[in-house]
Design a protein around this ligand. Structure first.
Ligand SMILES: C[S@@+](CC[C@H](N)C(=O)[O-])C[C@H]1O[C@@H](n2cnc3c(N)ncnc32)[C@H](O)[C@@H]1O
Length: 237
């Protein structure tokens, strides 16, 4: 067992056996994995915790040293002006790495982020690298983003990061109805990033072309797929 780090207030010591991460507080040690219909687990990847659901990584690391580098590249690609005073929606919180990176931008006033899974919320609360999710200019909302956004006013957000699980695990987050809702809550000139992954090609599907088409039908323009990010940027006119 090797010490990984301490929480910022020193009250929690994190250790790892190379497979699991453990949190020790007041003499009690808990392993940071749990079952809640699915199996959720934190594990270290190049010294940064990543989330696995049923063994599938929720952060993209291919071509990146850590998921933090991926989050940085996504947020940089949004080209948020320093004086934007922007509200940004991060549709799928996970460990909050994209939300936290977005909240660090000078041009971002508030980040709203949604997470459907209680288990993920619990693991994010314990994850040492998610600490700033709870005390910065971020509002984490528990629930299904499909339902949550129905209650958002139109033209609320200047930027959206849409980083859902792969298509086969959350098809509703890739539906035209959902993209139309995203368009409704976007201000004019809003910019969106949509992770699409690379699944489906083997079965003759081209998920990025399907999403590009839906974004276009929903009203987004300047649609551009960025291979390294496995995602699409688009803008509202
Ligand atoms: C790819 S991960 C997001 C990773 C995140 N961007 C980060 O930086 O850690 C997708 C997350 O979306 C959550 N999710 C799946 N369906 C959802 C839904 N309908 N509404 C909100 N969250 C959802 C999953 O539980 C998972 O934690």
């Amino acid at each position: 067992m090797k010490e990984y780090c301490k929480s910022s207030d020193g009250s929690i010591t994190y250790t790892t056996d190379g497979n699991f991460i453990y949190a020790e507080k007041d003499g009690i040690s808990i392993r940071l994995d749990l079952f809640d219909r699915h199996y959720y687990k934190l594990r270290l990847y190049n010294n940064v915790p990543i989330l696995e659901i049923d063994g599938i990584r929720m952060q993209l690391v291919k071509d990146f040293k850590t998921p933090l580098d991926y989050s940085k590249a996504v947020v940089k690609g949004l080209q948020i002006p320093k004086n934007a005073n922007a509200s940004l929606l991060d549709t799928c919180m996970g460990l909050g790495y994209t939300a936290i990176e977005a909240s660090r931008q000078k041009g971002v006033k508030l980040v709203t982020t949604c997470e459907i899974s209680d288990a993920v919320f619990t693991l994010a609360k314990w994850n040492p690298l998610s600490e700033t999710l709870w005390n910065k200019n971020i509002v984490p909302m528990k629930g299904d983003v499909v339902e949550i956004i129905k209650n958002f006013d139109s033209s609320m957000f200047s930027f959206i990061i849409h980083d859902p699980p792969r298509f086969s695990h959350a098809p509703q987050l890739y539906s035209l109805e959902f993209y139309k809702e995203l368009k409704r809550i976007c201000k004019k000139q809003a910019r969106i990033f949509n992770y699409v992954g690379s699944v489906g090609k083997k079965k003759g599907r081209n998920i990025e072309k399907e999403v590009e088409k839906k974004l276009s039908v929903a009203g987004f323009k300047n649609i551009k797929y960025v291979k390294k990010l496995q995602g699409i940027f688009a803008t509202l006119p």
